[in-house]
Design a protein around this ligand. Structure first.
Ligand code: URA
Length: 199
């Protein structure tokens, strides 16, 4: 963890942070993965989404949220006029994960893995400097709030690095439990209101 902290803090740009992660040899997950999944979207966007970990499609493409969950994520944010491919900061989205390599067989990351990679995530947020963070699911909450329990946390603004952070249920969960989309919609509207300065 000390090595991770030192490397992460030494990175003064997103490109340098990506390189620091690519050269980080102390996490076993790296050995089982095909690609580093660092981020996607517009790094200048006002909204930064922190997900879980790459799955099969993400591992192959080297980009976060490109599989089924990602398609739903894109649809959800499109509903409030946001798109990872938008070059403007108002409508763009920046996307990353607390875990940048696919865990074997998509197993959950261990608390030790989350802790080891956390300095990179913190630095990632500092360098992207969004106005609002979305904590997409339990691992983002574990990494950045120090606790899980997304069903209780969702919909309630938290503070991460001095910034407003909204926990939401992960799209993979919404795919299995479509009824929960109603809550996710409410959270999206709350995010939109916050961006407009109304909440
Ligand atoms: N789910 C995530 O949380 N992140 C990804 O990159 C893909 C699926």
């Amino acid at each position: 963890i000390e090595i991770a902290s030192r490397l992460a803090k030494g990175a003064t740009s997103l490109e340098a942070l990506r390189e620091a992660l690519a050269g980080f040899e102390h996490c076993d997950l790296k050995r089982g993965a095909r690609n580093l999944v660092f981020s996607d979207g517009n790094p200048k966007a006002r909204v930064m989404i922190v997900g879980e970990a790459p799955g099969r499609d993400e591992d192959i493409q080297g980009k976060p949220f490109v599989g089924r969950s990602g398609q739903l994520l894109d649809k959800m944010f499109a509903a409030i006029g946001m798109d990872r491919h938008s070059p403007d900061s108002e409508h763009g989205l920046y996307i990353t994960n607390p875990i940048p390599w696919r865990p074997p067989e998509n197993r959950d990351p261990t608390p030790a893995e989350i802790a080891m990679l956390k300095p990179f995530l913190i630095r990632h947020i500092e360098l992207a400097d969004p106005d609002v963070i979305v904590l997409m699911g339990n691992w983002a909450c574990t990494a950045l709030l120090g606790r899980a329990g997304i069903t209780r946390l969702r919909g309630n603004w938290q503070t991460v690095l001095g910034k407003p952070a909204m926990p939401m249920t992960h799209p993979a969960y919404l795919l299995r439990n479509p009824i929960a989309k109603r809550d996710a919609w409410a959270d999206l509207l709350d995010i939109q209101a916050r961006l407009r300065g109304a909440s």
